[in-house]
Design a protein around this ligand. Structure first.
Ligand SMILES: [Zn+2]
Length: 155
């Protein structure tokens, strides 16, 4: 459970930082030092630093010394790819939280909806409404950024 919490924290930090504009002088936007990398390949974990530029992992190496706009020493916490939830009913509340922060904060980055056979048909209007809600949500939240640069869900 502790490792899941650690993973979620690291994932949130990664997702928060990829939205920030890069500083002109630093080659990386975010550098996570001293992570335990669990890459999802089935191989054992390993210690490494991760450098991120924009929305892309630019480098994974035992020690990265290049400068970054932001450096976080994760102190041995687990860094892993996002989880895929293959059976959700996320459609029920997705228009209230169209950025799906409730999933992202648990480390879930991909959702499969409709596995029981029910889906909005035709799908295009549903997705258009979702994008409209998402765009409204992210623009409204731009002035209400939380600690990690994400919209605050605290009430
Ligand atoms: Zn179900």
């Amino acid at each position: 459970m502790r490792k899941l919490a650690i993973f979620v924290i690291a994932t949130i930090l990664i997702l928060a930082m990829v939205r920030r504009p890069a500083a002109q002088s630093a080659p990386y936007d975010l550098l996570l030092r001293n992570g335990l990398i669990v890459d999802g390949s089935g191989n054992p974990w390993y210690r490494a630093d991760i450098a991120i530029r924009g929305d892309t992992i630019a480098l994974i190496s035992p020690s990265i010394t290049s400068p970054a706009s932001r450096v976080i020493d994760v102190g041995g916490q687990v860094i892993a790819p996002g989880f895929i939830d293959i059976h959700t009913h996320a459609r029920r509340g997705i228009f209230e939280v169209p950025t799906a922060d409730n999933y992202v904060r648990q480390g879930v980055t991909t959702l499969i909806e409709g596995p029981d056979g029910g889906s909005p048909v035709p799908l295009a209007p549903f997705l258009a409404k979702l994008m409209l809600c998402r765009n409204r949500s992210t623009s409204a939240a731009s002035s209400d950024r939380g600690r990690f640069g994400r919209p605050s869900l605290a009430t």
